[in-house]
Design a protein around this ligand. Structure first.
Ligand SMILES: Nc1ncnc2c1ncn2[C@@H]1O[C@H](COP(=O)(O)OP(=O)(O)OP(=O)(O)O)[C@@H](O)[C@H]1O
Length: 915
């Protein structure tokens, strides 16, 4: 068709049957052909009289072909232009390489198909809503495309075990890594500010630009906090929920759009942001009664029915929530955890954020010097605050530097507040001469609005709300001018009457910070009121407040009136309270509150923290394991550590360190991120005795390991499996562990360690005489690294267990390991599974093992051993060396090979299992 004289009549004849089966929206083609004058009234009448859609298409083709080339070309052009209505024919247009000719391009096409018109409207609205990332001050907005940076997204299975990392956002909706094909929800979890909302925004934006690989033609986005604006008894229909909070179809008298949605729900994608922000006790709803698509129901009931697939079954749903929110896994299809910026992503973000080369360089140098700050900045929200504040403060003041090494989260939010408040005093930065920075002056001048924002934050937080009404804002004494400072922003999307009657804080974490500020500023209530959220959090922990447990009907109900799904927002208040009352900030606070009252609050908080740390640690269950007494802490312990760090109090850190009476502390799956490692280090520094620390399956990264550096001297067990470590981390470990030589267990499974890192691990094995276990499987180690490790293991007299699963060390590595195994004095368990070993390597190992009387468990599964290796393994079995477990499954051994092994078995008295 793209050739110079295409025959459109011929094309329509050739593809007639395809067009008959795939051309769905007949009316739109007829309308346009009619308006362009290719069909007369009579033609239209004849077509409309035909009974079935397929016959109508046949008729149209017949008539159009009779009208000539131009009419046929125009019909194809309509299909091309009204994309969504003819989505099924778009591949066909590609196949025939259709390009509109110059002549037809000038002709008008009107989309009269209500469904595709609605799709277009949705796309248009979503593009408008998602093209910018909100910033403070509302006037300042940045294009999403100019600032969006990929973050680390880990895919998880049902038990939260890692399934690898997402490489492309399209994979999120795809079928890969689905663990429950009955479920319909893609569940995205992550910590505060890690970028869940922005990820959804990116997905929405991609869809609106047709850049998301999905054939969904409808996309509805919701924020879960919206559901709290409905009154208890309010009822709404599904139709209204979808359209009122997204957009209404135009000219759809027969309700075709809604009808289509209910008939083809698989064409719909939903995003629900912030499930943790639902403040209703879902138990109060009679949710087993499923909402109907036709009748009005309680909005939450609609939400739950949508989520669990009782309504619009087959639609795709992406739901985000803070980590730790429990969710019924039987409705989850796929799970992803957001892990924030990796070090290279952080560098990309620096480049995107700072236009001036000078700023970029300064920030990169300052970040490089502070792994703790990098750890905090791996959370995009904190990074954004730090960079925004840097830019502002650097532009306004002389020689402003990023906060130094052990900056607290409170310091970062104070910096943001300072930037906001400085708008009261200074004109736009570029217009002024640089001046010295005086933080206390800025806060003193801004105290009135700050106190009012703080009051509003506390009030709404206390009633479990993230949305404030115009009246509440006014009642706290906030003026229009105050609103432009940036703490609050208006949310028009929840308001269907048009006026900006509702507001929310720039971010929930900022609301928590301000609520803590209010507790400190409050001079009227008793000083002990500052502890109210500590008490609340400990109370809530006892009553497990699990959302969606409605499906598994709980027996006991929590008695709070407005429970949060998680208590994270309250934990943040506690954390900021610790920071604001810390020694580091008391100087500033004394400018705002009476010093005597501050002292009183500080003393109260310290004593509360010390007591609760002690009782928390005493109350944890201890178990006896090979390494000694072990305690598995709960995620709440992490909040305690964070609070202790935020106070900066050595006394409380000492109390905490002393309170850990176990020999091994397990922080596995506790959601530790790199920024937390300074807190862990702060406490461990004060510990005298040695301690094993299990931090497997967290989000520690190289930044975290650097922060833990001073603590490795005390660690007998260093478990850092599944933590995104690269060779940089191993460098730190090698330096520290080789200096102190106390390490017994080194767990580094599933990280990004290469041969260079393997060389360093070999050094650790060489130099640490107590090291018994090394788990280094599923890294990026090749034969080179395999040889380093094998040579070190050969010399070690303490090594008991080595795991190499999944490192492709091949036959070269296998040969090195066979030398290590020959006469090894202590190695008892070894896994060389999935390491790319063929019969050649297998033969060496089997022969060497005949001279080993110590190895008991040996795994060689998932390799490439063929029958060539079988006689050698048969000889090994005959040698009866003491090997008790031999695993050879998933190799290329056939019945012949097996036979040889089987014949050797009667001679062996030691083997307990052979696979
Ligand atoms: N991928 C990203 N690229 C660039 N900036 C980002 C990215 N993700 C987040 N940000 C920045 O961090 C801010 C906070 O992110 P976001 O609101 O998405 O966090 P969240 O995980 O939804 O937090 P919460 O659970 O507290 O609601 C954003 O406003 C944006 O400035």
């Amino acid at each position: 068709v793209s050739s110079s004289v295409p025959s459109f009549i011929g094309v329509l004849t050739l593809h007639r049957e395809l067009l008959v089966s795939k051309l769905k929206s007949v009316q739109c083609v007829v309308d346009n052909l009619h308006a362009a004058g290719f069909l007369c009234d009579e033609d239209v009448e004849i077509i409309q009289q035909v009974a079935t859609k397929a016959d109508q298409v046949r008729k149209i083709l017949e008539v159009v072909q009779s009208k000539g080339e131009e009419a046929c070309e125009y019909m194809i052009f309509v299909i091309y232009k009204v994309y969504d209505a003819y989505i099924d024919l778009q591949p066909w247009l590609k196949e025939i390489s259709y390009r509109p000719s110059h002549g037809v391009l000038g002709m008008t096409v009107v989309n009269t198909d209500p469904i595709s018109r609605y799709c277009e409207k949705l796309r248009h609205e979503i593009i408008r809503d998602t093209s910018f990332i909100m910033s403070y001050g509302q006037q300042e907005e940045t294009r999403l495309d100019n600032l969006y940076t990929d973050t680390v997204i880990e895919l998880l299975n049902d038990s939260n075990e890692s399934l690898g990392y997402l490489e492309d956002l399209n994979q999120l909706l795809g079928d890969g890594e689905v663990f429950n094909h009955q479920g319909e929800i893609v569940y995205v979890m992550g910590d505060a500010g890690v970028g869940k909302s922005i990820l959804l925004q990116k997905l929405q934006n991609l869809w609106s630009k047709r850049e998301l690989q999905t054939d969904a033609i409808f996309f509805f986005k919701f924020r879960c906090r919206m559901f709290s604006i409905f009154k208890d008894a309010e009822q709404i229909s599904l139709r209204d929920l979808l359209f009122k909070y997204n957009c209404y179809p135009d000219h759809d008298p027969d309700d075709e759009v809604f009808d289509y949605i209910t008939r083809f729900p698989e064409k719909v994608v939903f995003t629900f942001d912030g499930y943790d922000e639902i403040q209703e006790d879902l138990d109060r709803l009679n949710v087993p009664e499923v909402a109907s698509p036709e009748e009005k129901s309680n909005p939450l009931q609609l939400l739950v029915s949508l989520l669990c697939g009782k309504l619009l079954k087959g639609s795709q749903k992406v739901l985000t929530s803070r980590t730790g929110t429990e969710f019924q896994s039987r409705v989850i299809r796929k799970k992803a955890a957001l892990r924030g910026f990796s070090s290279s992503q952080l560098k990309t973000y620096v480049k995107l954020h700072f236009k001036e080369q000078e700023h970029r360089e300064q920030v990169l140098v300052q970040l490089e010097a502070s792994p703790h700050l990098c750890g905090l900045c791996s959370t995009p929200l904190f990074c954004w605050i730090v960079f925004k504040s840097f830019w502002h403060l650097h532009t306004v003041h002389d020689s402003f530097r990023l906060p130094e090494a052990s900056v607290s989260l409170t310091a970062i939010f104070l910096m943001l507040s300072e930037v906001f408040l400085s708008r009261l005093t200074s004109p736009a930065p570029s217009l002024t001469k640089k001046s010295p920075r005086c933080t206390s002056d800025t806060f003193r001048t801004g105290l009135r609005p700050l106190a009012a924002f703080a009051k509003l934050a506390l009030q709404s937080m206390a009633r479990g709300s993230f949305i404030c009404s115009q009246e509440e804002v006014g009642a706290c004494g906030l003026t229009d001018e105050d609103l432009s400072l940036g703490f609050l922003r208006s949310v028009s999307e929840f308001d269907t009457t048009g006026s900006p009657a509702t507001f929310e804080f720039l971010h929930v974490t900022l609301q928590s910070f301000l609520a803590a500020f209010a507790l400190v500023l409050d001079e009227r209530s008793a000083a002990s009121t500052i502890l109210r959220f500590f008490t609340e959090c400990s109370r809530r922990r006892k009553s497990s407040c699990l959302p969606l447990s409605i499906w598994s009907r709980r027996s006991s109900k929590p008695d709070e009136k407005t429970p949060f799904a998680t208590n994270e927002h309250l934990q943040f208040i506690n954390l900021f309270l610790c920071g604001l009352l810390s020694k580091a900030h008391i100087g500033l606070m004394e400018h705002l509150v009476s010093p005597a009252l501050l002292k009183k609050k500080q003393t109260l908080l310290k004593s509360y923290l010390s007591t609760s740390v002690k009782s928390h640690l005493r109350g944890l269950p201890h178990h006896s394991v090979a390494e000694g007494k072990k305690v598995h802490v709960l995620p709440n312990f992490l909040w305690i550590l964070r609070c202790v760090f935020e106070t900066g109090s050595k006394d409380i850190a000492k109390t905490t360190a002393k309170g850990i009476t176990a020999d091994l502390i397990k922080l596995g799956y506790c959601n530790v991120y790199s920024g937390d490692c300074s807190a862990i280090n702060f406490v461990l520094q004060h510990r005298r005795k040695l301690l094993g620390v299990d931090m497997d399956n967290n989000n520690i990264s190289d930044y975290g390991v650097k922060q833990l550096q001073p603590s490795f001297c005390k660690m007998t067990v260093v478990r850092l499996s599944v933590n995104q470590l690269s060779d940089c981390s191993i460098q730190v470990l090698a330096e520290e562990l080789c200096k102190y030589k106390v390490v017994e267990f080194l767990g580094l499974y599933d990280n990004n360690i290469t041969d260079a890192g393997a060389k360093l691990v070999a050094q650790i094995i060489n130099e640490c005489p107590k090291l018994r276990v090394v788990k280094i499987g599923k890294n990026k180690i090749t034969s080179v690294g395999g040889c380093y490790l094998a040579n070190a293991i050969q010399k070690s007299t303490s090594m008991f267990e080595v795991g190499m699963w999944g490192n492709v060390i091949g036959d070269e590595g296998a040969e090195a390991f066979s030398e290590a195994l020959r006469n090894h004095p202590s190695l008892t368990n070894l896994s060389l599974s999935a390491t790319g070993i063929t019969s050649k390597g297998g033969r060496c190992i089997a022969d060497a093992l005949r001279e080993n009387t110590v190895l008991r468990i040996f795994w060689l599964v998932q390799n490439e051993l063929s029958d060539d290796a079988a006689p050698h393994f048969a000889e090994l079995v005959r040698a009866n060396t003491g090997l008790t477990h031999l695993w050879l499954i998933n190799n290329q051994l056939t019945v012949d090979g097996m036979k040889q092994l089987a014949e050797a078995l009667p001679v062996n008295t030691e083997l307990k299992e052979i696979w």
